[in-house]
Design a protein. Structure first.
Length: 138
């Protein structure tokens, strides 16, 4: 089985379990906040993917193809894994592959992400999905 197939299988299992999906989203957003400077290019896409996965897993938003949800969850799993292509312990460079994966997945899912954000903008924000990875002034 290829690494991509393993990742897709794990992502598919994850989005079927709302508790696991919520836990992954919390972990991703916490990690993103800690490394917000390195991730600033993709912070909006990362938080959008996280919110989409959480909303789909909770049943609040199902207006996307299954492939979109699995790809989004796969990108989150990749980001959450510290031992990916370039281990995260390698300063800055360890996140280059994460930024690339997040950017590529978000670009591939742009239309679905934009529709989701429109849905969110209509006041239908899943609990906790509005957590920003942007730096704050505090």
């Amino acid at each position: 089985m290829t690494p991509e197939a393993v990742l897709n299988a794990g992502a598919a299992r994850l989005v079927r379990d709302p508790a696991r999906a919520a836990s992954l989203v919390r972990d991703v957003l916490t990690k993103a906040q800690r490394h917000r400077q390195v991730l600033r290019e993709v912070s909006g896409d990362l938080s959008g993917l996280a919110a989409l996965v959480r909303a789909w897993a909770s049943g609040e938003y199902r207006h996307v193809p299954w492939r979109t949800v699995v790809m989004a969850a796969g990108a989150l799993l990749y980001f959450a894994n510290p031992l990916d292509l370039i281990p995260d312990v390698v300063l800055v460079a360890g996140y280059l592959d994460d930024v690339t994966v997040i950017g590529l997945v978000a670009a591939a899912l742009r239309r679905d992400l934009d529709r989701f954000r429109t849905w969110q903008g209509q006041g239908r924000t899943p609990e906790g999905a509005g957590v920003s990875t942007q730096p704050t002034d505090h």
